[in-house]
Design a protein around this ligand. Structure first.
Ligand SMILES: Cc1cc2nc3c(=O)[nH]c(=O)nc-3n(C[C@H](O)[C@H](O)[C@H](O)COP(=O)(O)OP(=O)(O)OC[C@H]3O[C@@H](n4cnc5c(N)ncnc54)[C@H](O)[C@@H]3O)c2cc1C
Length: 481
């Protein structure tokens, strides 16, 4: 019952921490309170939402409508069961892969809710009523988050849902109101809008996704408005009433009423720490149930207890959670660590998707870096024509003094894949010259990089245009570089 490491939670951060510790030859126990491993990511978050998105885009023929018209459908009446079928298959497969990964690496698992007894011991409340105890030298808290469910919202998990209940019972409502224009709210709003469901997005702030470049958001809003998505920005939800049919009516603070067959409440998440007995370990959380950690090592204020993933807050992505778990395990057992690159990409799997890496134009301005912008429209690429794309754009920012790439921002088909070219150049401290001099496969959407870079280059003053090859050739011929 004693291990080198106990990991509480089997989502992306817990899984990576456990596998990394096992690879370092340590004994590891993962405790998970769901029936099967995988965490929010596999059961209710990343994988289900992306599977629903893919299913909707395929069955609705969304990607082909540019050619065959708005009425084109691969399947005529798309129902909840169509969405559910692919979901079940994908999730089963993901869980299988994960269980196999744990078995292969000798990671043990215990089913039940973990609770600290003291800084090195936990008990696990099992479904049969037993509470076995386990101890470890190192503990990783990787319990993630839960949807925030305020008391005044009448959740029934059918017509008033959160992101968990939305995927538990897949159905296609006749209309949808989404409260919260965060990543989760926007993803589901646009997925259902692609099924021609009338959607209204309610958001108390006048702006949303503030970490994304504003021009990209403007393009995104333009696209959604064209499709008939309603935005109620700067409007607070006061309460939810019901009409005679039991449909929810969102009552806003400006007295507008939005009636829809389904209301998705997606306004925040809270750390799943309430029942962890953190006080017994000498730990406490902020008001949203989140733990503070050292940003480099992921140690909490109790040095042998680490925390990783959504429970530590921003950026709350599966991708970053995995890295945090791996780093925590390496640090715990003294394994060498390479420093994490400065920039990581964000992917927002709305329809259209958004992806971004590096500085936004607003950040570049705030830092007073002299810069130039280059833009490419996907319809300018041959690949875009072939695919029938009518929208989609890439925006690149370059420093004027040394032509270093500062940021890449994309909205449109393939954005979340395309971004990695920009990420590589950015983190390798590359310049505009990379894009101008290199040949890209043709026809590809990646050509947008070249178009946008040339656009920026052509706008630059002549004195700046001359600079990069000298800088680059200098770099290439200096071994120290
Ligand atoms: C709808 C939605 C869409 C998303 N889409 C994306 C995306 O496209 N890309 C992306 O990168 N990220 C996405 N995310 C975020 C991503 O899912 C999270 O960042 C990621 O799951 C966090 O991982 P984690 O390691 O913190 O653990 P989680 O995945 O949150 O899992 C934690 C696990 O710990 C368990 N647990 C909690 N308490 C205990 C306890 N006391 N004892 C035992 N077990 C416990 C929980 O039941 C859960 O299974 C999305 C999230 C949601 C909700």
């Amino acid at each position: 019952m004693r291990y080198d490491m106990i990991v509480i939670g089997s989502g992306p951060s817990g899984r990576r921490a456990a596998i990394q510790a096992a690879k370092l030859g340590r004994s590891v126990l993962v405790v998970e309170n769901r029936l099967r491993v995988g965490g929010v990511s596999v059961h209710t978050g990343t994988i289900p939402s992306k599977t629903l998105r893919e299913t909707v885009l395929n069955l609705s023929g969304w990607r082909e409508r540019g050619f065959y018209g708005l009425a084109y459908r691969v399947k005529k009446d798309i129902e909840g069961k169509d969405l559910g079928a692919r979901l079940a298959k994908t999730l089963d497969y993901e869980i299988d892969v994960l269980e196999h990964q744990f078995a292969r690496n000798g990671v043990q698992t215990a089913a039940g809710a973990a609770r600290f007894l003291d800084p090195h011991r936990i008990e696990v409340a099992q479904s049969n009523g037993e509470t076995p105890e386990f101890a470890a030298d190192k503990i990783v808290i990787a319990v993630g988050t839960k949807p925030y469910r305020p008391a005044h919202i009448p959740f029934d998990d059918h017509s008033v849902v959160d992101s968990d209940s939305l995927v538990a019972e897949t159905r296609v409502p006749r209309s949808l109101a989404v409260v919260g224009a965060g990543v989760i709210g926007l993803e589901y709003a646009t997925i259902f809008s692609a099924l021609d469901v009338p959607v209204t997005i309610i958001e108390p702030r006048t702006n949303f996704l503030e970490f994304i470049d504003r021009e990209i958001i403007e393009e995104f809003i333009h696209d959604l408005r064209k499709r008939g998505v309603n935005f109620r920005l700067g409007c607070k939800l006061e309460r939810v009433d019901r009409d005679g049919q039991g449909w929810p009516i969102a009552i806003l603070d400006d007295q507008r009423r939005i009636r829809s067959e389904m209301l998705l409440y997606a306004a925040g998440r809270v750390g799943a720490t309430a029942d962890l007995g953190l006080e017994n370990a000498g730990l406490s959380t902020d008001a949203r149930g989140r733990l503070a950690v050292d940003a480099a090592t992921f140690q909490t204020s109790v040095p042998h207890i680490y925390a990783a993933g959504d429970v530590i807050g921003f950026p709350s992505l599966a991708s970053t959670s995995m890295e945090q778990g791996r780093i925590a395990a390496c640090h715990a057992f003294g394994a060498p660590l390479m420093p994490a690159p400065k920039f990581f990409p964000y992917g927002i799997y709305a329809v259209p998707e958004i992806s971004t890496v590096g500085l936004t134009e607003e950040q570049v301005r705030a830092q007073q870096i002299p810069y130039e912008v280059g833009v490419a429209r996907f319809r300018e690429t041959s690949r875009g024509h072939i695919m029938g794309l009518e929208s989609g754009m890439m925006k690149m920012l370059f420093a004027l003094d040394d032509q270093r790439l500062l940021g890449v921002h994309i909205v449109g088909e393939g954005a979340t894949e395309l971004i990695h070219i920009g990420q590589a150049v950015l983190n390798l401290r590359g310049t505009l010259e990379y894009f101008v001099q290199n040949t890209f496969n043709y026809p590809t959407l990646a050509e947008a990089y070249k178009i946008a870079a040339l656009d920026a280059f052509n706008r630059m003053p002549a004195v700046c245009q001359a600079a990069p090859s000298e800088i680059l050739s200098d770099r290439l011929t200096t071994p120290a570089e």
